[in-house]
Ligand binder design. Structure first.
Ligand SMILES: CC(C)(COP(=O)(O)OP(=O)(O)OC[C@H]1O[C@@H](n2cnc3c(N)ncnc32)[C@H](O)[C@@H]1OP(=O)(O)O)[C@@H](O)C(=O)NCCC(=O)NCCS
Length: 143
């Protein structure tokens, strides 16, 4: 039997649905700088953005950026209505297959209380970078 989902590259027309998924999963959106232009820029720089599509809608996202040294996995999520079906596994596998094709290490940030995501990533081989904190300058005014 065929799968009830397909995994395909992002299309610009997906953005409104992608943005809704990010809001519903608490992963942010345009207000954090994750807008259409940013996605397009990362794709032009060699990144990848995978969509898990089910019932004709965006049910999962996996955004992979290439900084020339490493791949970063961002906004990996499944729409709440489709969670708990094991679909994060094929989306992660497709993402890691792409990473492998790039021949680079892959890095991600996950909140220490996000046990479901942590379990998923640890099970697939991601390990904590012991001893490091993640720092960011959010305000352009302080640059
Ligand atoms: C993290 C996330 C992608 C996992 O997808 P999912 O559809 O919920 O989970 P899946 O059904 O694919 O299963 C993944 C693992 O979570 C476990 N899981 C599923 N439902 C669960 C539940 N209700 N409670 C606890 N664990 C659960 C499964 O057991 C599975 O692990 P296993 O296969 O090793 O047993 C999804 O919950 C999500 O989008 N969360 C919000 C966004 C987020 O936090 N993303 C990560 C950012 S770093």
């Amino acid at each position: 039997m065929s799968q009830p989902y397909l995994i395909r590259p992002y299309l610009p027309s997906d953005y409104p649905a992608v943005s809704r998924l990010w809001e519903e999963t608490g992963m942010g959106g345009a207000y954090r700088g994750d807008d259409e232009a940013t996605i397009a820029r990362t794709l032009a720089q060699g990144g990848q953005f995978l969509i898990l599509e089910a019932d004709g809608q965006v049910a999962g996202t996996s955004w992979l950026t290439d900084d020339g040294r490493r791949i970063y996995l961002h906004h990996f999520g499944i729409l709440p209505a489709y969670q708990g079906r094991g679909w994060s596994h094929p989306l992660l596998e497709a993402s890691l297959a792409w990473v492998k094709s790039k021949g680079m290490q892959v890095k991600l940030e996950v909140h220490r209380e996000n046990h479901r995501a942590l379990r998923l990533y640890r099970k697939r081989g991601f390990e904590p970078l012991g001893g490091y904190d993640v720092l960011i300058i959010r305000s352009m005014d302080t640059l």
